[in-house]
Design a protein around this ligand. Sequence first.
Ligand code: KIV
Length: 264
Amino acid sequence: MRPVRAPDLRAWKSDGKKIAVLTAYDASAAALVEKAGIDVILVGDSLGMVIQGRQTTLAVTIDDIAYHSKAVARAVQRPLVVADMPFLSYQTGVDDAVRNAGRLIQQGGAAAVKLEGGNPAICEVVARLVEIGIPVMGHLGLTPQSYHQFGGFRKQAKTPEDAETLLQQARALQTAGAFSLVLESIPFGVAAKVTGALEIPTIGIGAGPHCDGQVLVMHDILGLADYSPPFAKVYAPVGEQMINAFENYAAEVRSGKFPPDTES
Ligand code: KIV
């Protein structure tokens, strides 16, 4: 089974092959994701919310991502493992970005990194990482690390001016060498235009059906979180099934039904 590599995604776009991306944060879940045939696993800084129980992704550290990435990378052969660069691990300059991205590859076992934004300073970081051999996935639109700047998790690129800025930044990221681009929470018409304008694939989340691939957070599709964004679809009510299992277990412990003699 040949591993998916970053350059493959560009070829898949030209072949019209859609890309399935899902987050995972630990070895057991990553192994199941691989069995399901998912192409790309994102070790997202969303782990700050769904694993660490925080309100935003801002407190996630490079140590956190390296730890979870290592667990995921150890468990899978085929999917491309992309590790998210957390807040302040790349915005402080090219040297910091190189050191931190390098750690996610070297210690975290990732095959690519993702970072947010598309201004000239970020594009400079992307270009340098690509130059030293680290594939970079971009991320535009609702970039959660800008939570305070946006005043919350709000849909982006709603005005023609903002849509045009996003398109320019998408082009600049492609020029800097990004191999793919996440588009989060933007109008689907804008996502369609960006997708048509780029040679690299776009991966949508709350950005409509015209992107070259889609990404969702595992906890959202399994109904594990109290809150999930409106664009997420629950594919299996695993959260409810877990509560059932825990209730049955507790009831059997309390009634003495578990463990039976045969399991002692
Ligand atoms: O952190 C994350 O999981 C992400 C995806 C939602 C795109 O950035």
